[in-house]
Design a binder for this molecule. Structure first.
Ligand SMILES: Cc1cc2nc3c(=O)[nH]c(=O)nc-3n(C[C@H](O)[C@H](O)[C@H](O)COP(=O)(O)O)c2cc1C
Ligand code: SF4
Length: 592
């Protein structure tokens, strides 16, 4: 059992100017004054300049833009400069908004440090894309009418790109911790779980298990202490939703976790964040430290008699540590490897005690469900997949980024409208679904609704909502090699079918790619895949060959051609493979 009794990681300091709230009345007064302050910011006689700063826009110079804006504001008495997280519109980065007194909030796209002063002073209106609200302003349309935003239903992204993620006061001004307040003072555990169950919120980490059922099992578990774990590992390539939530609105996730702790009766919450996401870690830790200063975590929260502690743990970069049981070992400081189940984590998780684990996006939905009711949430999306879903994309598309859309939207709408269609010079070939755990879909599948169940019938999968669109120049054999090699590399080597089967698959694909395959290799791939899928211990091995099998099913000609004329389809090679070819050796190239 962990001996630590403190609530947060001690080296992160919260804002020392925050008051300590000790009663429900004090919280209500603080929330009312935060709201007044927020309203007066936007109705003031100052120009409010906001730079959207997150891991994606930082790579495009957002911090330099912010610095340049702040430097300019030093010379002006009526300019306020602030930052928020990024709102998902990667194609607009670096994005800046300017609200001039009496005018609408204007969104500017692709702003550089050299341009920021002209943008603030209104001399670069060519960079303006639209305004907030329902009405146009002059030539500028409402930004919400742009296809990238038009199809979105932003529930959990509502405040992302709006609030400063480092300001708990701004978060509270827009309603953060209102649902937490409800479960602390106004709602029973049973009522809260009933709303979660009615919402039919299915886990957003990939498997789609209903959160309400998991929470109820946790509540009923007899052992103590109990724990809540948030899975913010996000180690899958092609997915970038959870880190953006953590960077843009950490309080929404924290609130879901605290509610889970109260409702399940857990004494401590852990958030396990992938070590590759430094901005998510930094901002989330700050949010935890501020909430502790304010008195929203710790002992006897707001005088409610309820106590909850909070800790942040970071991963070391192994994809497998996102798997539930491996994650728990990693939190406990043990090597992260999956174990056989049962017992399930909700029976024996951290330190063999009942532990409820949910994905970051799952937790982000809790506030609205508690505030608006499960029936409200269930009315969004489809009958079996309720609510909205965060989705990300990579590939040669015009308006790429993170979006929140109702479940049931079609792939075609996503690709052609929301993400703007293919860039000039690229022809659509397919869309890889389910991250590294499912197969690709082709044009004939694009009218299928995107939800937990519809894509699986044709070999695809919603998974955690990360898609890759690829064009005609991409070889299906090479792409299959990349996806299989990822799973081989990330196998934890605990069980033989996965540890030996995945390298064998990569070796066969490489043989084919290098022009030395034979027709017998195709059934060999299927036989080997069957072994890996049926005999592996955890979810990684059980789905690892699926992208390869999917590519073979959807693009059989490419595999047939590659093995029948022994020319291979190699577009790139590892240095080792180049060496093998150039020395004309006849041995099978070793897996790299
Ligand atoms: C190899 C592997 C990696 C996984 N990585 C993640 C991850 O990064 N984040 C996540 O939430 N779930 C991940 N999962 C799924 C978790 O095991 C678990 O189902 C999920 O966190 C439960 O939360 P949910 O019910 O809210 O989806 C992974 C599973 C496997 C097999
Ligand atoms: S299936 Fe692969 S990742 Fe999972 S336990 Fe076995 S070796 Fe490890």
């Amino acid at each position: 059992m962990a001996a630590d009794g403190d609530t947060t990681d001690m080296h992160v300091q919260g804002d020392s100017t925050l008051p300590r709230l000790t009663s429900r009345l004090e919280f209500q007064q603080y929330a009312a004054s935060a709201k007044d302050k927020w309203n007066s910011l936007w109705s003031s006689t100052s120009t409010v300049v906001t730079v959207l700063v997150g891991s994606s826009s930082i790579a495009k110079g957002a911090e330099t833009v912010l610095d340049a804006a702040a430097e300019y504001a030093l010379m002006k008495s009526n300019v306020v400069v602030r930052k928020t997280g990024v709102d998902g519109a990667d194609w607009m980065e670096v994005q800046v908004t300017v609200k001039r007194p009496g005018g609408p909030l204007v969104h500017y796209a692709n702003v550089t440090p050299d341009e920021i002063v002209d943008v603030i002073e209104g001399r670069l209106e060519s960079k303006a894309l639209g305004v907030d609200g329902d009405q146009p302003s002059g030539n500028l349309p409402p930004l919400k009418d742009h296809p990238f935003f038009k199809y979105q239903q932003r529930l959990i992204l509502r405040d992302v790109g709006v609030i400063d993620p480092d300001s708990i006061e701004e978060a509270i001004a827009l309603g953060a911790y209102s649902a937490y307040f409800k479960v602390l003072f106004e709602m029973s555990q049973e009522d809260a779980i009933a709303e979660m169950t009615a919402a039919n919120l299915r886990g957003r980490g990939g498997a789609g298990f209903p959160a309400g059922i998991k929470w109820e099992s946790g509540r009923k578990a007899r052992n103590s202490p109990k724990f809540i774990v948030c899975n913010s590992h996000e180690g899958e390539p092609n997915v970038y939703k959870d880190r953006r939530m953590l960077e843009g609105d950490p309080h929404r996730i924290r609130e879901g976790l605290l509610i889970a702790a109260i409702v399940v009766g857990a004494e401590r919450v852990y958030n396990y964040i992938g070590g590759e996401h430094p901005w998510a870690i930094k901002r989330f830790r700050k949010a935890v430290a501020d909430a502790e200063r304010l008195g929203l975590i710790g002992k006897n929260v707001l005088g409610s008699g309820k106590s909850v502690a909070f800790r942040v743990r970071t991963g070391g970069g192994a994809y497998i540590c996102g798997e539930g049981s491996a994650l728990m070992y990693s939190v406990m400081g043990v090597r992260g490897q999956p174990r056989t189940k049962p017992p399930r984590s909700v029976e024996e998780g951290l330190w063999k005690r009942p532990t409820v684990a949910n994905n970051t996006e799952t937790m982000a939905n809790v506030r609205d469900i508690i505030n608006n009711g499960g029936a409200w949430y269930a009315s969004i999306g489809t009958e079996k997949s309720s609510g909205t879903k965060l989705m990300t994309v990579q590939g040669p598309l015009k308006t790429m980024g993170l979006v929140e859309v109702p479940m049931g939207i079609t792939l075609r709408t996503l690709i052609d409208e929301v993400w703007g269609g293919m860039r000039a010079g690229y022809k659509f070939k397919g869309i890889q679904t389910g991250g590294v755990s499912a197969g690709p879909l082709k044009d004939e599948h694009l009218d299928l609704p995107v939800d937990f169940d519809s894509l699986t019938h044709v070999g695809g999968m919603l998974g955690s909502g990360g898609f890759v669109v690829f064009d005609e120049s991409v070889s299906a054999v090479d792409f299959a090699r990349y996806l299989t090699a990822f799973n081989r590399y990330e196998s934890c080597s605990k069980c033989v079918p996965c540890a030996r089967g995945n390298p064998a698959l990569v070796e066969i694909i490489d043989r084919i790619r290098l022009g030395r395959g034979t027709r017998a290799d195709l059934p060999l791939i299927r036989r080997t895949s069957k072994h890996v899928i049926e005999l592996s211990l955890c979810g990684l091995g059980q789905v690892a060959p699926m992208p390869l099998l999917g590519m073979m099913d959807q693009y059989p000609d490419e595999f047939e051609t590659a093995v029948s004329n022994n020319t291979g389809t190699v577009l790139w090679m590892t240095p080792q493979q180049e060496k093998v070819l150039s020395t004309e050796t006849t041995t099978t190239p070793a897996a790299d």
